[in-house]
Design a protein around this ligand. Structure first.
Ligand code: ATP
Length: 370
């Protein structure tokens, strides 16, 4: 077990059957979820799936319609936001415009009545941590978006919460800065050891930054797992589709033996073998999922034991490091295959209209029953 999946370890945060209704509308539906101390945990989902509402209930800005939330073993349902051991960094950063960077960071500490010398020391330490020491005397309007984000982070960290909540913390940054900041934020989280819970709709961001991810859909948790688990072993069609690209084939289980599941796929006019089938009854309708990078496209017939389907190259999208090949099957169905653009490997050059075989190993497919 990793520390986050060990059933024996006591979670820092626990949602127990938490639901939130706004009138008739169910924004969060019966969520059970545990988050452990030291995690960088992400709530991931499309707009409107309820992730912000879940985060706001943890912060105390919304009250669950039913269910309970525990932080460090205490039911926090009746505890107001400012008395919870959590701090929230808002998308807008919410800095006071008339205060300097140092004053912004010191504000919450002053309110807590900390002695001046201690405030000075803490402000210095956290501004150091986010590499903003040089800008202590500036006002927010004299900072870039990325710098404002760091100040907001410093202000939250100065209060030393047990849990830091981040609502789309990088949404306002341009792509390059966002990618750099992702890694910096992970580095800071590792150094301070505070549990981070982040809301994001960006799957790449969640994959890069998180120890674990909860994928949400229509108020429900679809799957909770490490980035690798969620990508390699999606539990549902929704997750397979939402995280990364996926080729999905509908079929019916024809046989199940020796850990090899055989699925008849009318669309492919062939049977597929899958070695990660689990136990699925014969005759059950299933979806077979193969990631684009787990297929090869070649002129030759695939070797014995591989899955193979014939097609023609319909389109090639050159992306520099890789190319996406769209292969058209006799049924009219298109399949995506990802090829790395290595030079001098002796790999076949392929072009439009070439007749090809798609091939993949039985271990490189997944069977989805939901
Ligand atoms: P986004 O990424 O767009 O912020 P989200 O996944 O964070 O989306 P939420 O903000 O949690 O979604 O909202 C979930 C659903 O609940 C939405 O359909 C939203 O319209 C609804 N909702 C949220 N707050 C309220 C409210 N105060 N009153 C009524 N409906 C609300």
């Amino acid at each position: 077990f990793s520390p986050w999946t060990d059933p024996e370890s006591v979670p820092l945060i626990r949602f127990e059957g938490v639901s939130k209704r706004f009138g008739d509308f169910v924004a969060v539906d019966q969520v059970d979820l545990s988050i452990h101390a030291g995690e960088f945990f992400s709530l991931l989902g499309a707009s409107g799936c309820g992730k912000t509402t879940l985060l706001r209930m943890l912060a105390g800005f919304e009250t669950p319609t039913s269910g309970r939330i525990f932080i460090d073993g205490t039911d926090v349902s009746a505890i107001p936001p400012y008395e919870r051991p959590v701090n929230m960094m808002f998308q807008s950063y919410a800095l006071f415009p008339h205060m300097t960077v140092e004053q912004n960071v010191a504000f919450g500490l002053k309110q807590d009545g900390l002695p001046k010398a201690q405030i000075r020391e803490k402000v210095r330490d956290v501004l150091d941590l986010v590499q903003m020491s040089r800008f202590g005397g500036r006002k927010p309007h004299q900072l870039s978006g990325g710098q404002r984000q760091r100040v907001a982070l410093a202000r939250c960290l100065a209060k030393e919460p047990k849990v830091l909540l981040l609502d789309e913390p990088l949404a306002a940054l341009d792509r390059q800065l966002r990618e750099r900041t992702q890694l910096e934020l992970v580095g800071i989280q590792e150094r301070v050891g505070i549990t981070f819970v982040m809301v994001t709709h960006d799957q790449g961001e969640a994959m890069t930054m998180s120890s674990r991810i909860a994928v949400m859909n229509s108020g429900c948790l679809e799957q909770v797992g490490t980035p690798v688990e969620i990508y390699e072993y999606p539990g549902t069609r929704f997750v397979a589709d939402f995280i990364g690209a996926a080729n999905m084939f509908e079929g019916v289980v024809a046989s199940d033996s020796d850990d090899l599941l055989v699925v008849t796929c009318p669309e492919l006019e062939s049977d597929l073998t899958i070695s990660h089938g689990g136990s699925v009854p014969v005759g059950a309708p299933v979806t077979v999922m193969v990631r684009p990078e787990k297929m090869v496209v070649q002129r030759d017939r695939p070797s014995e034991g591989m899955n193979g389907v014939k097609g023609i190259v319909a389109d090639i999208a050159y992306l520099g490091d890789v190319s996406i090949y769209h292969i058209s099957l006799p049924s009219g169905r298109r399949v995506e295959v990802l090829r790395t653009n290595l030079r001098h490997t002796g790999e076949q050059e392929l072009t439009w209209e070439d007749e090809v075989h798609l091939a993949w190993h039985p271990a490189n497919a997944m069977v989805l029953t939901r």
